[in-house]
Design a protein around this ligand. Structure first.
Ligand code: ADP
Length: 624
């Protein structure tokens, strides 16, 4: 029998397929099962119009048989089958578009999941098989044909016999190598795993004989073979919400997404129109251990017609909602989609946009009706929302700002910006930031605000202040750090008084300034402190907290906040300084200044710059 060559294009493609190294060879089974499922579909639809075809819908099925001795896998269906001509055209060429895409992709061989995104179909069997036989009988013929190929060197077709319509594909597995153990595909559990991973929702049963241990009458164990259906057929997201118990959704989530806790929220969405899809999304109750690292991969599972085409489709989720898990099933997405074409795909974009709105709505509902869980959510993923605002330079602020929570000094819990604004007076939203709530509450400036019965946000997350700066203004209200030089709650009279004090002590302050000239921009007396002798405030964009954060960043430029030291004019230290100045004791005044400045740094949670010098100075003064 004469061997026929594959068409030139197919040949090249086949060659690439066989000789490239892919990690997920297992998808060959998905492709063959999908083909069988298509063949069953075709038969069923033909039977709707052609009454001569007697088809019992319940008999349509796919079977998998493994033979360990012969090292073969058979995929069997009772679908439409193929005529000789069809075998020739269908299996002798590869769809052109598919091959183009494949070539494009193949330049980047490092992308391991390459095949996972293609409907390269039938040819993927050559990744695991050294020889493939296709025995097929068309529904319209009584004879069958056998197509055979061992890859690159072409194929043969000969007449054959088969009792019923349909197709039997036999794969003769490749020999094992050091790198590849093809025998694994002869294990029942491997087949079960692959079917449930990719083909669980194929709507026809996928059956296989599976060995079970049973006890006979005499309690002797023996192995019996039983036919099992490997796929669950109807995906949970295709079932009506009323038909599914919450527990089923939860189990589905924990199984599919390897979580040990049930999700906080389940989002179900079904859309028909410009694009049609079903989505089943989950908001986890806690962040995965690697969530805030580079290792974490966002994405939703993408299915097309019940077949999984991508495990983690990143383009369906914006970064700020990267915590969402779930599944999207769409008729409109082609099996041929790749990671590269994904971003360009209109359908994917449309679905992604819809889902974003849906997720946002769900979070808003949770915030409104289920506050405790929302706080739980926020504690796990709030940082990601903040990052979403900050990293987009505020582009997403309208979308995300109302989902943020900050700690309120008044309520001692997390509240929203709108809750703050709803009960505020004036047009300034106050905040202070530091390491912990307790530490911030003890900050001199904060004490003053709380004493005056004003609400203030206490910010402890390193991103908080950056986010607030990015938001800039909320409902026309400006934000102000109480450590900022512009912050002033005093009355006009108090202001006037203070001005006078500073004026009178101008020379003293100027002298002190020369001592710590490189560290501070200014030194002055203040009336805002209660018990503390000194404090540091900042002038300009960078606050002390921001300075700390920025300077911790690897490779970041060292950044310094513009600092002003304020001395409590009502504190005894103030009199002492004035006295030293009057007595012209410059030397002691210098020492006092150095100590006071380091003390101010300590109060603000900054480190002492030159500990041993300061320690010696303190001791010297104590000894006097
Ligand atoms: P695709 O499925 O993407 O069209 P394939 O290379 O997987 O590409 O298959 C090529 C064609 O071969 C199919 O479109 C179909 O017409 C035919 N075919 C493959 N497997 C079967 C089968 N089990 N029964 C009937 N026809 C099949």
């Amino acid at each position: 029998m004469k061997k026929k060559e594959f068409k030139a294009e197919s040949k090249k493609l086949l060659d690439m397929m066989i000789n490239s190294i892919y990690t997920n060879k297992e998808i060959f089974l998905r492709e063959l099962i999908s083909n069988s499922s298509d063949a069953l579909d075709k038969l069923y639809y033909l039977s709707l119009t052609d009454t001569s075809l007697k088809v019992n819908k319940d008999s349509l099925e796919i079977k998998i048989e493994i033979d360990k001795e012969k090292r073969t896998i058979k995929i069997i269906d009772n679908g439409v089958g193929m005529t000789r001509d069809e075998l020739e055209t269908n299996l002798g060429t590869i769809a052109k578009s598919g091959s183009e895409l494949f070539k494009e992709q193949n330049d980047k061989q490092k992308d391991m999941e390459i095949i996972g995104q293609f409907g390269v179909g039938f040819y993927s069997s050559f990744m695991v098989a050294k020889e493939v036989e296709v025995l097929s009988r068309s529904i319209y013929e009584s004879d069958a044909n056998l197509w055979k190929s061992s890859g690159e060197d072409g194929y043969t077709i000969e007449s054959s016999k088969k009792d019923t319509n349909g197709t039997i594909i036999t794969l003769y597995l490749k020999d094992n190598t050091d790198d590849n153990n093809y025998d694994e595909f002869l294990e029942t559990y491997t087949i079960k795993r692959i079917v449930s991973k990719y083909s669980d929702y194929i709507k026809y049963p996928i059956k296989m004989e599976v060995e079970h241990e049973e006890e006979d009458k005499d309690k002797k164990k023996k192995t019996v073979k039983k036919e099992e259906t490997l796929n669950s057929m109807i995906p949970i997201w295709k079932k009506k919400k009323s038909e599914v118990k919450e527990e089923d959704y939860n189990n589905f989530y924990t199984d599919k997404f390897y979580d040990y806790e049930k999700p906080l929220r389940i989002i179900k969405s079904e859309v028909e129109g410009l694009t049609s899809y079903q989505a089943l999304l989950f908001i986890p109750s806690h962040a995965p251990y690697n969530y805030y690292t580079k290792e974490y991969e966002k994405g939703l599972m993408l299915y097309s017609k019940g077949v999984m085409i991508m495990d983690k489709c990143a383009d369906l989720l914006p970064d700020y909602f990267s915590f969402v898990k779930g599944i999207v099933d769409s008729l409109d997405i082609s099996l041929n989609i790749s990671r590269e074409t994904m971003q360009e795909d209109r359908q994917v974009k449309l679905i992604a946009r819809n889902l974003e709105t849906k997720i946002k709505k769900e979070l808003e509902t949770m915030l409104k009706d289920d506050r405790d869980n929302y706080v739980k959510f926020y504690e796990a993923f709030g940082e990601q929302l903040k990052y979403g605002i900050y990293s987009s330079y505020g582009m997403n602020k309208e979308l995300l700002q109302d989902l943020l929570l900050f700690y309120s000094s008044k309520e001692d819990k997390l509240i929203t910006l709108s809750e703050y604004v709803s009960r505020m007076e004036g047009d300034t939203i106050y905040y202070a930031s530091g390491e912990s709530i307790d530490k911030i509450k003890m900050m001199p400036q904060v004490e003053e605000v709380i004493a005056k019965d004003k609400e203030i946000f206490l910010l402890t997350n390193y991103l908080d202040e950056f986010v607030i700066k990015t938001i800039g203004e909320y409902q026309g209200k400006k934000f102000m750090n109480v450590s900022d030089t512009n912050f002033d709650l005093s009355s006009d009279e108090e202001k006037e008084n203070l001005k006078k004090i500073n004026e009178e002590n101008k020379d003293l302050l100027a002298l002190m300034k020369t001592v710590i000239d490189t560290n501070v921009k200014d030194i002055r007396f203040t009336n805002r402190l209660k018990n503390h002798p000194v404090c540091l405030i900042t002038d300009g964009e960078v606050s002390l907290e921001m300075e700390k954060v920025l300077n911790q960043m690897p490779n970041g430029e060292k950044i310094s906040a513009s600092k002003i030291m304020e001395i409590n004019e009502a504190h005894p230290i103030s009199k002492k300084l004035q006295e030293l100045y009057k007595n012209n004791d410059k030397e002691t005044l210098e020492k006092y200044t150095k100590i006071l400045y380091q003390e101010a740094r300590l109060i603000e949670g900054l480190s002492v710059e030159n500990p041993s010098e300061v320690a010696n100075l303190i001791c010297e003064i104590l000894s006097k």
